[in-house]
Design a protein around this ligand. Structure first.
Ligand code: 2RA
Length: 339
């Protein structure tokens, strides 16, 4: 029993993680379609001890599909998302294609599940729900519980983003370059056009006329939509760092109402999907390796912002697995809300 599923972009890093998460969480489905580009069509894959043949994504791929998880890039989502919705499918889209479209729910299940009220399975009516950008999800998993308590009026984010955000090829190149550099060979620089191993650089997303890159403006705009607050001030600097699959983010928060660090720590300890790692004596705080392949976002370095008067400011440090909670887990949790 359960809904019929389709995974679009099933051979990619997030597509594969969709399957891992569906399996880990025993998601109930009556059938599942593995969809990808023509290049991957015909490949066999085993999922939950059953053999599947990858099918080429086509306009008629969504006949009878209840829920489709998309992670195949914005252009595929733009072309096939509406076709699937037309067929009555509920699309959970991991691309940025529809996130800022009025009326499209942009959902982190632990944060704003109410945004997808009215979307129901079994009505024959399709819908499109957008998965926020990974750096937005990871940041807001920790910032939102604090915002709900003391109302954030300004948030400053610096991100340290993993290779996985640029895809499996970027992860492979990081590994290759690291080996080459250690062997004294010139690094292979195909993905970013510059050395990544033992280096870091401003995020590879295009830079806009205001000097911010697209990744930074996603954090600004998506936060306002998810918090339903067009006045909250957000600024961000996104950096690509030589880490495989978990993002780290330094977050400074200014509140409308006072919030002391002990209360903040208690709030975070009780926040769903969040684990607090904040051991000052041992200097042990969240790290990308410690959160990799895990569901929870880790938060630490919780401290009063000494540049603010009283308890109106807080600094925190957040780490989260980019492929899991940053993409695949969040999307499957959205699908779970439909059950
Ligand atoms: C990145 N957030 O990390 C992007 C991927 N979705 O590059």
């Amino acid at each position: 029993n359960g809904p019929s599923l389709a995974v679009v972009g099933v051979t990619g890093a997030v597509g594969q993680e969709f399957l891992s998460v569906l399996s880990d969480r025993d998601f109930p489905y009556r059938s599942i379609k593995m969809l990808a580009s023509k290049r991957s069509a015909g490949k066999h894959m085993t999922f939950q001890d059953r053999d599947y043949v990858v099918e080429e994504l086509k306009v008629d791929s969504f006949e009878g599909v209840d829920i489709a998880l998309f992670s195949a890039g914005g252009s595929i989502s733009k072309e096939f998302g509406p076709i699937a919705v037309e067929k009555g499918t509920i699309v959970v889209d991991n691309s940025s294609a529809f996130r800022m479209v009025e009326g499209v729910p942009l959902v982190i299940p632990e944060v704003n599940p109410e945004a997808m009220e009215g979307v129901r399975l079994g009505t024959g009516k399709g819908a499109l729900i957008a998965n926020p950008n990974c750096s937005t999800i990871i940041c807001l998993m920790a910032a939102t519980p604090l915002h709900r308590s003391a109302k954030v009026i300004r948030m400053v984010v610096s991100t340290y983003q993993a290779a996985s955000g640029a895809g499996a090829a970027a992860m492979e190149e990081l590994e290759l370059q690291t080996r080459e550099v250690l062997e004294g060979k010139p690094p292979t620089c195909k993905i970013f056009g510059q050395q990544y191993a033992f280096n870091l650089f401003s995020h590879n997303a295009p830079v806009l006329s205001n000097g911010y890159n697209e990744e930074e403006m996603k954090l600004v705009k998506e936060t306002r939509k998810i918090w339903n607050d067009s006045n909250v001030k957000v600024t961000a600097t996104c950096i690509r760092v030589p880490v495989m699959r978990a993002h780290a983010e330094s977050v400074n928060l200014q509140f409308e109402n006072p919030l002391d660090e002990e209360t903040a720590k208690d709030i975070l300890k009780n926040a769903p999907g969040v684990v607090v790692i904040d051991d000052r004596a041992a200097n042990h705080f969240p790290t990308p390796l410690e959160v990799s392949n895990k569901d929870d976002v880790a938060v630490g370095r919780i401290r009063r912002d000494v540049s603010q008067d009283g308890n109106y400011g807080l600094d925190i440090f957040v780490c989260g697995d980019q492929i899991r909670k940053g993409a695949a887990l969040n999307a499957v949790q959205i699908a779970e809300l439909l059950l």
